[in-house]
Design a protein around this ligand. Structure first.
Ligand code: ADP
Ligand code: NA
Length: 346
């Protein structure tokens, strides 16, 4: 019983950017490459989470497929990692309902993500009548589905960004509530693995994280950006008026972001302070050159593999991966659900 089950999810909401890659996807690949034969890895494209916000049906369908291609293109190997669409494994939503029946409304109400999506800017953040009627139940109860995603696979380790720590805490709360209610040690409490990397900031506004929701496309680099686009975006990154290279995250966030990117994309383990030392006496132009080179090298090959995967066997290759992943994930989830139904009396 001494093996790890790694689970994580990503929403199919557009081509991943460098923040998604360094903060999540690359860590998944590293976990896969470190995993032993006994360990299980499951990575889900969480389409049911995506529909907590309005989606166009056709766009959602292609984005799921594109995210699958992206995960394969960055080096996830379907022989070692189970890749599947959340909606293909009904056990996720079944467990969600069962967890809902022992989860606390009060706890959910104190969580912040639905508030930031709903109230963007409204600091008060109170669930008054007007806000409640705009708030959809799915956005509010999203953390219960996320808990089900993890618990239905008996995950022991969940790699997440620091914005997700609160949700992992809630998943553990769901375990406690369920196991207590049914007086069984049935569900497994997952551990959080946080990415060692720091947050990637916007190239146009280093006080904001790099995000797909920013309207300014020049604020981000995509995993499919060409070397030219990467260079242009880094060369025009917002820094400051001091033309020396120093690592001062508080006073020089734009420069610090480029140093962090360079360090994270360096082939050898290094720190942003070390990169700054190496460039001592140089200009911000030198830093931008070094950064563009490191990022280009780190992303090399992904774009071509991504394009090729989407077209491989006229699309049949990805359809087959989808079906195979769903099959493995369903079997794994069903093992948990048999036990769950049994103790609940279903
Ligand atoms: P976005 O914020 O662009 O909508 P998501 O919320 O879908 O991205 O995030 C998917 C994954 O990528 C999460 O694990 C999240 O922590 C990580 N992530 C997103 N943006 C960044 C960033 N700027 N830096 C580091 N990690 C990020
Ligand atoms: Na986000």
């Amino acid at each position: 019983d001494d093996y790890a089950v790694v689970f994580s999810g990503i929403q199919p909401t557009g081509t991943p950017h460098l923040g998604n890659y360094l903060g999540a996807m690359r860590q998944w690949r590293r976990l896969q490459d470190m995993a032993g034969d006994e360990d299980k890895l499951l990575f889900s494209i969480v389409d049911l989470h995506a529909i907590t916000m309005p989606q166009d049906a056709e766009a959602l369908r292609s984005r799921r497929r594109e995210m699958l291609a992206a995960l394969l293109a960055i080096g996830l190997d379907p022989k070692r990692s189970t890749l599947f669409y959340q909606s293909s494994v009904m056990q996720h939503t079944e467990l969600m309902w069962i967890l809902s029946c022992t989860a606390s409304m009060g706890y959910l109400g104190r969580m912040t993500q639905y508030k930031s999506k709903l109230l963007a800017g409204n600091k008060a953040g109170d669930l008054d009548e007007a806000v409640s009627s705009r708030l959809k139940l799915g956005l509010f109860s999203y953390p219960v589905l996320q808990a089900a995603d993890i618990l239905v696979h008996r995950a022991t380790h969940v790699p997440v960004g620091d914005d997700q720590k609160q949700h992992l805490e809630f998943a553990r709360e769901c375990v406690t509530n369920f196991n207590h209610t049914y007086d069984q040690e049935l569900l497994v409490s997952p551990q959080t693995i946080t990415a060692p990397s720091s947050r990637v900031m916007s190239l146009r506004d280093p006080s904001q994280k790099m995000s797909k929701s920013s309207p300014n496309v020049r604020s981000r680099i995509l995993i499919t950006s060409t070397p030219n686009e990467i260079r242009q975006r880094i060369m025009s990154a917002v820094t400051d008026n001091t033309n020396a290279v120093t690592y001062e995250p508080n006073d020089r966030p734009g420069v610090a972001n480029l140093l962090e990117l360079t360090a994270q994309c360096s082939p050898n383990p290094t720190t942003p302070a070390d990169v700054a030392d190496l460039l001592m006496g140089g200009t911000l132009g030198d830093l931008k050159n070094a950064c563009a080179e490191a990022v280009t090298a780190e992303l090399r090959g992904i774009r071509d593999r991504y394009t090729e995967l989407l077209e491989r066997q006229g699309g049949k290759y990805l359809v087959d991966i989808e079906a195979a992943g769903a099959e493995v994930a369903r079997r794994n989830a069903e093992e948990t659900m048999r036990l769950v139904r049994d103790v609940v009396g279903l």
